[in-house]
Design a protein around this ligand. Structure first.
Ligand code: SF4
Ligand code: SF4
Length: 301
């Protein structure tokens, strides 16, 4: 399989048996280990392995695997599962970017390789925008005419006019950041669980914008009027189904729970809030658990 997709995808081949050592290749890495859990979807799979050993790079010594790591983690964009065991996810056919097949079945490898190779490409994302500094009242005639965006920012991300520390921006923290949200910023985030845009809302120039009737931008699944505690109890399957075609997918299920845990930690101490947090206190992801425990501590628990 690695040979079939290596021209289009960066491949790491992890074998799970003690069979003959897979020959190393300049085109892909090889390791041995047992998959113990997997999360995520296309573009952001996370896996945990037991007894992981990487193949020693070619050298003078004998070819063999290196030291055993009792547990190890890895991430990938596309996950091709040829273990021949049960799929790593329930309803695996619906999980974008996950390919499962019985390797003993004729033609399966070629079929998967053809589809997996199409899962690469470029997402459309703004790479250029025009900044009209003179539009901002703050810049007119070098006199301060407005400081609304600087004043409203919940995390004080603006260091001053024209200077934004993106690492403090809630849009970065809840969408782009893949790890833990810095603890000192969490209380300032309030209930903003996916982006913020407060600075856009207060800017006087944006009063000229009009709400769009474009269907793709309309709220779905009541997401414009939902309780955080309810959203927090969505299963991963529900999350993937209900965010199909939505930018919210970008944060991934773990990121979604992480953000909601912060929102719930900042919410009033009600029974639904506390109960929802308690239900996720033993969630398999260490990052989610840590945010949930932080939130429970905020409620004195
Ligand atoms: S989006 Fe929110 S957090 Fe980010 S800079 Fe604007 S006001 Fe601050
Ligand atoms: S809110 Fe708008 S006009 Fe006011 S300082 Fe910020 S960008 Fe400029």
């Amino acid at each position: 399989m690695a040979e079939l997709v290596q021209d289009e995808l960066g491949v790491t081949c992890i074998v799970n048996d003690a069979g003959p050592i897979q020959l190393p290749s300049a085109a892909y890495d090889v390791a041995k280990g047992r998959l113990t859990s997997a999360y995520g979807a296309l573009g952001h799979f996370r896996m945990e392995f037991a007894q992981l050993q990487t193949l020693n790079p070619a050298g003078r010594g004998a070819l063999g695997y290196g030291e055993v790591q009792a547990t190890a983690r890895s991430e990938c964009d596309v996950f091709i599962d040829l273990r021949g065991d049960a799929p790593a996810f329930p309803s695996h056919q619906k999980r974008n970017g996950y390919f499962w097949a019985d390797p003993a079945k004729t033609g399966e490898l070629e079929r998967i390789a053809l589809t997996a190779r199409e899962r690469v490409g470029e997402f459309e994302k703004t790479v250029y925008f025009r900044l009209e500094e003179s539009l901002c009242a703050h810049s007119r005639a070098n006199k301060t005419g407005c400081t609304r965006c600087l004043d409203v920012c919940p995390t004080d991300a603006f260091e001053g006019p024209h200077k934004l520390d993106a690492r403090k921006c809630i849009s970065y923290l809840t969408i782009e950041l893949k790890g833990s949200i810095p603890e000192e910023l969490r209380p300032k985030m309030g209930n903003r669980v996916f982006g913020c845009d407060d600075c856009q809302l207060v800017c006087p120039w944006n009063k000229f914008s009009k709400p769009t009737a474009e269907k793709d931008f309309q709220p779905r699944h009541g997401l414009d009027n939902s309780e955080l505690a309810t959203l927090f109890l969505w299963t991963e399957e529900q999350f993937l189904k209900r965010t199909e075609g939505s930018a919210i997918r970008r944060t991934g299920y773990e990121g979604w729970l992480r953000n909601l845990a912060v929102g719930l930690g900042n919410a009033p101490s009600t029974i639904p809030v506390i109960e929802a947090l308690k239900q996720r206190a033993d969630f398999p992801s260490e990052m989610v658990r840590e945010h949930v425990h932080w939130a429970l501590r905020r409620h004195g628990l």
